[in-house]
Write a protein that binds this ligand. Structure first.
Ligand code: MOS
Length: 741
């Protein structure tokens, strides 16, 4: 099926008792909580694997003068030491998959310079410390701020890095009310629970990777390209994945190194990154500098808006944070400009992380809107309502469904927005209280996906596709979709995913997983329904699939009977079509946060948080809520805590663990709720669903930052909003700047 037409009535409509949408418990939940779900590193490889350990560069820029592996090779248990001198041949970089141990040039701190393989993990790690590397070091370039002069326009990534309409400069200059502010966001790391891990095993010229990867088919293609093999010779298997957040969208260095070493020694090689290695050997989100300019009349109608973003990329790369992309679709204004620039720095590889673009873009833009509202004396919701566009302001096409205003209105009602006072007006003992809000918007893409279903003579349905579940609930929603389509309980659906041996699927990323993979499965089930009706000579007009049987006319036949002795199979696929260009596809929402700021210490505590979202048809109320609040919690982290501290002298992260790189814990998140408004998006996909995975993070941090301002009258434009940044403003405001001498 290609999405060229809006979807009419489907078997999923008009079944309020159906499985889809119900808060079904995760079908893989028991396996996970009992520790029986094997993650990549725990997969039992066939023949006894050797263990690999990565040796990282200790400089950020320069070259390897010499590398002495003699001591490492003689260390107990060591089988092989791989360096640039003996690494097997590799092709050019494919997408985000980089060849490893190529030459002597060092581009970033932590770049793998050797790979030690031994009988045990401990032996490999001990020997890795014996690899003696002499460097010719140069001072690294590691500060984005210092490199702005050489920033350039990167290659387009899906869309052009620049956009413009009308005459921004002219309109901004003429606007009676102007705002010109610059926000910065720090480098952030994915911090997924399961580190990158791969077990690679060759059989002739075919290789199988048990690995932790979000997009298996993409990984297969790029790795095959790098190795000079046909894609069918490379198989990726990822049955269970302990979080990805973007860092597993590509095969990371440990996967490439495992494959190369396994080839070299003719034995499977198993490797996992340590948490410390995650910060340098795996990718992270770039820091950004974002300038937002808004020009408006005194009623808050925007005449001009501009959003410019600078980010950094590792040498040789042009990946950039698309911070301003969402700004192109969010608010009306006749004169507009967006621009992205990058500078290459000697920093580890940057990549997509948790709503790449929108997440940090809205940290800046949604605060700028709050600043404008404050300047105008208009309620922030009202300001957004006044700039609600009738169509996508830059693409000039209608939105599929846009319920931003209902999300803001319903959120205001549920949250008690009317209790929000003027900035600095609410106090409770030594705490200053404040509320803030933000709009949320996240692109809703559809990606090609295929699925195969097989109804066995036992009446069980097996679903197969190379889809992944990174902890989001994919297994469960696929079972619900197939179950409702076929009239079977989830217990009679076997979901087999996580293997490139199965039909190609979108994988988990960009909030497209459920909609894309789920739609392919929907089509496969629809095809199976037709085949079953035909086999049973049943009339399709009034056929109802329920309770393991089909009722049509006055006949009822069980699915097992219809499947026959050999069972029955069907395939399905989904592709984006012309609706992709004819409409603007976004999921929307609104965030509300209340914070308490300690007037003496500047410490910010979240009191409560609410998100109201629209995501088309909700596939599982429980997993959708978990996705939404998970995203919101990331927003709490982005606003208050998460900070990859890069030492510009060395180009290295100094807080390389989850104690020092703090993501919100339970104590940081006292009360949080997510609500979904009813919606069907008939132009998105046959499920009429929209992406939710990353919607929750979009704008969430801005709601907190705006609440901090409302509490304190202090505007900090440098994330995260830690107390050291708030204190000077608080002191000034309280008129108790202390003499320091
Ligand atoms: Mo997401 S950053 O596409 O996993």
């Amino acid at each position: 099926m290609e999405m060229n037409q809006p979807i009419g009535q489907t078997p999923l409509d008009g079944r309020p008792d159906g499985l889809v949408g119900r808060p079904v418990d995760r079908i893989d939940g028991r396996l996970k909580v009992t520790g029986l779900a094997p993650y990549a590193y725990e997969t039992q490889a066939l023949r006894n694997p050797a263990y690999g350990f990565i040796v990282e560069a200790r400089i950020a820029r320069g070259g390897i003068r010499s590398i002495d592996t003699a001591a490492a090779r003689l260390a107990p248990g060591v089988i092989h030491v791989m360096t640039h001198e003996n690494v097997p041949a590799q092709g050019e970089r494919r997408e985000q998959v980089w060849p490893q141990l190529q030459g002597t040039e060092i581009r970033f701190f932590g770049q793998p310079v050797a790979f030690v393989v031994a009988e045990t993990f401990e032996q490999a790690r001990a020997a890795a410390a014996l690899v003696a590397v002499q460097y010719d070091a140069q001072p690294p370039k590691a500060s984005l701020k210092d490199a702005l002069g050489e920033a350039y326009k990167p290659k387009p990534a899906q869309t052009d890095p620049d956009s413009q309409a009308g005459d921004f400069e002219g309109a901004f200059g003429a606007a009676p009310v102007q705002l010109d502010v610059t926000y910065t966001t720090p480098p952030q790391v994915h911090a997924q629970m399961e580190p990158h891990a791969t077990i690679a095993a060759w059989d002739g010229d075919k290789v199988v990777l048990q690995t932790a990867n979000q997009m298996l088919n993409r990984g297969q293609k790029s790795l095959a390209g790098l190795l000079g093999l046909p894609p069918e010779n490379v198989r990726l298997v990822s049955r269970y994945i302990g979080g990805g957040f973007g860092s597993k969208l590509q095969v990371q260095p440990e996967g490439v190194l495992a494959v190369l070493a396994a080839k070299a020694i003719g034995r499977p090689v198993k490797v996992a990154m340590t948490r410390q290695q995650e910060f340098h050997c795996a990718s992270h989100r770039t820091g950004t500098i974002q300038r937002v300019r808004l020009g408006a009349d005194r009623d808050g109608r925007l005449s001009a808006l501009a959003h410019e973003s600078w980010s950094d990329a590792t040498p040789g790369d042009q990946f950039f944070e698309t911070s301003a992309n969402v700004t192109r679709s969010l608010y009306a204004a006749p004169h507009r400009l967006t621009r992205h620039r990058i500078a290459n720095l000697n920093v580890p590889v940057t990549s997509a992380m948790r709503a790449p673009g929108e997440a940090v873009g809205q940290l800046a833009f949604e605060c700028a809107m709050d600043e404008l509202a404050e300047q105008l004396g208009i309620d922030p919701i009202e300001l957004r309502v006044r700039n609600e566009p009738a169509e996508d302001p830059e693409k000039k096409v209608p939105f599929t469904v846009r319920q931003l205003v209902p999300c803001m209105r319903e959120g205001a009602r549920l949250f008690g927005w009317d209790k929000r006072g003027d900035a600095g007006s609410r106090r409770e003992g030594r705490f200053m209280l404040g509320m803030g809000m933000s709009a949320a918007a996240r692109l809703n893409p559809l990606m090609p996906s295929a699925a195969r279903v097989r109804l066995g003579p036992d009446g069980y349905l097996t679903v197969r596709m190379a889809m992944t579940d990174i902890g989001t609930g994919t297994y469960t929603i696929l079972a619900q979709i197939a179950g409702e389509m076929m009239g079977l309980p989830v217990e009679r659906i076997r979901v087999e995913i996580g293997d490139t041996a199965y039909p190609m699927a979108a994988g988990s990323g960009g909030s497209f997983g459920a909609g894309s993979a789920g739609s392919a499965l929907y089509v496969a089930c629809d095809n199976l329904r037709q085949a079953l009706l035909k086999a049973g000579d049943l009339r399709p007009d009034d056929a109802v699939f329920a309770d393991g049987a089909v009722r049509a006319g006055n006949r009822t036949v069980t699915l097992a009977e219809l499947a026959g002795r050999d069972g029955m199979e069907a395939a399905g696929e989904i592709k984006p079509g012309s609706l992709k260009e004819r409409y603007s596809h976004y999921s929307f929402g609104a965030h509300f946060a209340e914070v308490a700021v300690d007037a003496d210490t500047g410490e910010v505590r979240l009191r409560r948080m609410l998100g109201v979202f629209t995501g088309g048809r909700i596939l599982n109320a429980k997993t959708a809520r978990s996705q939404a609040i998970g995203g919101m919690i990331f927003g709490v982290g982005a606003a208050l805590m998460e900070d990859g501290v890069l030492d510009p002298r060395y180009g290295s992260f100094v807080n390389r663990d989850l104690a020092e790189y703090h993501v919100p814990a339970h104590a940081d998140v006292p009360e949080i709720e997510a609500v979904f408004l009813p919606e069907r998006d008939d132009k998105a996909n046959p499920l009429k669903s929209k992406g939710l995975g990353e919607l929750g993070i979009c704008g969430a941090g801005a709601a907190l930052a705006n609440a901090v301002y409302n509490a304190t009258c202090v505007r900090v434009r440098d994330y995260p909003l830690t107390l050291d940044k708030l204190l000077p403003g608080l002191e000034e405001r309280e008129g108790r700047v202390q003499r320091r001498s």
